[in-house]
Design a protein around this ligand. Structure first.
Ligand code: NAI
Ligand code: MG
Length: 353
């Protein structure tokens, strides 16, 4: 029996609802396999901030580093700025643990009415650079409150950073349909984006030397956004910088049905540090506390975690269980149904056994 130690940070808003729902489903599925997860809960987030002035303790990263993986709900609350909540918990974890790949699958799910044309099934993965790029702390504001006020924010792109994420995306494409798309904006952003294009092309050339089926398309992100709406089934793996990947992955998840279903993995591929698994959605303060949140994003993130922990069969079993619930017509309101979180989880648990 393999056992893995998981740090659980349910966090804010609907994180408190979808996390227990997902843990029940993951436990139900692992009972059928040779693995057990040892959950350790941390009460970090906005309430912790209100009590202590910080989103997590000063040694929070140290505490998390002792676990095999981190399972996160969502952070963010209307009365505290996102610069405090997201930058006090989520972003430090991604950076300190060098989770430089943010993997975001988006695909057609059974029984969902597609928002857009669905001539063919959609099955893509967005590989978002997660440590650098446009999300940098370099810059500042000056002459605050005057006519001369200005803000500057520098984007940071490094050869190491681009190479490692491009490598991951190219290797992933080789295991799928062999088609890699790189999101760029080298016509407008004239220093960092041409550099991104060059390094990505170099990496793909190297990988393609051993895997001649691999192809690379560089697509300007504005045209790519339009193509995702018009022909989403054309895309297999999309690699993108931090900001472009963030936007494209919300778009991709909305195209397949709802942001409530979208999972993500923040991966440290060398496995030197724990990786973190969390839904793409946020804390949804508009529906928090009502028991109506869609738990699929959190459950599917749990499946990505099982896969990462070397349990691909348990992961596939869990995905099949929520897909069957959807196929049977059990749907939460964001998907046009009437089920609450609990009713949906009950259906998933029944399908697991
Ligand atoms: P959001 O994803 O929380 O909500 C956007 C819309 O989608 C809302 O109408 C919400 O009700 C709906 N929605 C989201 N998840 C759902 C689910 N599971 N089931 C049913 N409906 C769902 O994004 P929003 O409103 O922009 O952000 C709210 C807070 O969350 C902010 O403080 C934001 O910074 C934070 N946030 C945190 C993230 C994280 O922890 N990784 C990611 C995105 C936002
Ligand atoms: Mg986002």
């Amino acid at each position: 029996m393999t056992s893995a130690s998981i740090a659980v940070v349910a966090g804010d808003g609907i994180g408190q609802e979808v996390m227990p729902a997902a843990i029940r489903c993951v436990d139900a599925v692992t009972a059928h396999y040779d693995v057990s997860l040892d959950w350790r809960e941390y009460d970090w987030g906005s309430d912790f901030y209100r009590r202590t002035g910080a989103m997590m303790p000063v040694d929070g990263i140290d505490q998390l580093s002792k676990h095999d993986a981190i399972f996160l709900g969502a952070v963010g609350t209307p009365d505290i700025p996102d610069t405090e909540t997201l930058w006090g918990l989520l972003i430090p974890i991604r950076r300190e643990f060098q989770q430089y790949v943010n993997l975001r699958p988006a695909r057609t799910l059974p029984g969902l009415t597609p928002v857009l044309r669905a001539d063919q099934p959609i099955d893509m993965v967005i590989v978002r650079e997660n440590n650098e790029g446009e999300y940098s702390e370099i810059g500042g504001r000056y002459a605050r409150g005057t006519e001369a006020e200005a803000a500057i924010q520098e984007a940071v792109f490094t050869r190491t950073g681009i190479t490692r994420v491009a490598r991951f995306a190219a290797d992933l494409a080789v295991t799928r349909r062999g088609s890699l798309t790189s999101a760029t904006k080298s016509n407008g952003i004239v220093h960092t984006m041409p550099f991104w294009d060059e390094v990505v092309a170099g990496v793909v050339d190297e990988v393609a030397a051993d895997h001649p089926g691999l192809t690379l398309r560089n697509v300007l992100v504005d045209a790519l956004a339009a193509a995702l709406v018009l022909r989403p089934w054309d895309f297999d793996v999309i690699v993108a910088s931090n900001l472009l990947g963030d936007i494209l992955s919300d778009l991709a998840s909305a195209i397949t049905g709802s942001i409530g279903v979208a999972p993500s993995a923040n991966l440290n591929p060398p496995r030197r540090y724990p990786s973190m698994f969390e839904p793409v959605h946020g804390s949804a303060p508009d529906i928090a506390g009502q028991g109506i949140a869609n738990p699929i994003g959190q459950i599917w993130s749990g499946a990505l975690m099982l896969d990462h922990l070397g349990q691909p069969r348990a992961a596939a079993h869990l995905v099949a269980a929520f897909e069957q619930a959807l196929a049977d017509g059990v749907r939460t309101r964001d998907l046009g149904g009437t089920a609450g979180t609990e009713e949906f989880v009950t259906a998933v648990l029944a399908n697991i056994d």
